[in-house]
Write a protein that binds this ligand. Sequence first.
Ligand code: ADP
Length: 471
Amino acid sequence: MFLKSLIRLKNTLSFRLTLWYAGIFTVSSLAIFIVLYVLLVSAIQRRTDESLLEETEELSLLLATTGVDQIMLYFSFESSLDGGDKIFFRLLKPNGEVVASSDMKFWKDVKVEKNVLAQMNEPTSRILKTETIKGMRYPVRIIYNATGTGLVVQVAKSLEDDIRFFESLRYIFSSLFIVLLAISSVVGWFMARRALLGVEKITETAIEISSGSLEKRVAESGRGEELDRLALAFNNMIDRIQALMKEMSDMTDNIAHDLRSPITKIRGAAEVTLTTGKSLGEFQAMASNTIEESDRLIGMINTMLDISEFEAGAGQFSVEKIDVPQLMESACDLFQPVAENKEINLALNLHADCYVQGDLQSLQRMAANLLDNALKYTPCGGSVEVACHCENGRVVISVSDNGIGISEEELPHIFKRFYRCDRSRSELGDGLGLSLAQAIAQAHGGHIAATSQLSVGSTFSVSLPNASGSL
Ligand code: ADP
């Protein structure tokens, strides 16, 4: 159990972030400590060498001005100052014979190195070296310095104090390092947890949503951080899903409603004919009524499928260069009899040289739907204008009428599937024409918009990418 939660913890992002944070912190602080340590050690070593050099230079000066007796006094005074076990002085002849020395009680094992003396042939020769002396715990720094009088001064200093200082420096640095490592791990863990709190909130909300609470949303801090943007995108996505679900449920209701009426009609007609029908003519009428209603149903289902295909970009789509004014003119020709029937003035205002790339049949269907609506929702004696022009790299087609118009409340809904305004229910229709027109326009990289005023009229505008320049 404990092992399992440990493995789970190991796999968490918080843990890995903490590890990274602590790792980076460890490496960088270690590097700083090492550099600091090396600098301090070399500074102290330099200082030790300088003090040895000073000692030998002072001795050379003393030797040049006074005699060996004075030197002996100096030796014992200086070695008693530092401690006889910390420093010793010796005055040597080039053959290694000792002329004078401080108390050598602690330094019996320090030999006179003849090979070193042999190298001291210049009046300014000096050799510095570190040696480990048998029986002594700490190494010794030794200097041989020619005095210019033919004698060589040898001064040796124990490195005990320096090494003890380095040891305590290492101890301080490692304790400091452990403390900093612990602090950095805690701070890293805290920061990682804090940063991931937002992600956890989103996860929790996602879990709640997946268990059915689609109205849940992630609280945004409003500070505009990355996680806030994620929360905003997440909330927008859920809004969209919720709207789609609502749309789907409305559509299912509408489909059920729209399918029920013709099916009930077909069933009623069949029942009446079956119970009361006597002649062949009555049965034939019932059959033709059934065919008519079935055709309407099939047409509606096909349109729904077409809309879905256009929306999914999966429709049968041949792409060719289409002369839009010509297309609109042919569509108007087709609807001219309907217009004449209702004494509607169908006017054209088509600018030449407006081309789009697209599927001719689909665009014809789009134009037909807009024209059909304009003529259907314009009372007898009204007027409809079909226009087309190019503007800012787009081809704009518009169909305007002075018909019944659409109210402000209903206007935002007219492109929804099966939506029909209250005032138009007396007319034949299934509420799919504008959805199809919109899906076709969007599948061609365009969009459709409507402006309308109740009892004044409506204008539907389609904007498509202009293809005048393409082949
Ligand atoms: P329908 O088959 O009902 O015409 P559409 O999808 O083509 O379906 O149109 C949706 C609704 O938009 C119509 O029912 C009608 O209320 C309204 N509408 C569309 N075009 C016009 C127009 N030119 N004038 C007034 N209302 C319109």
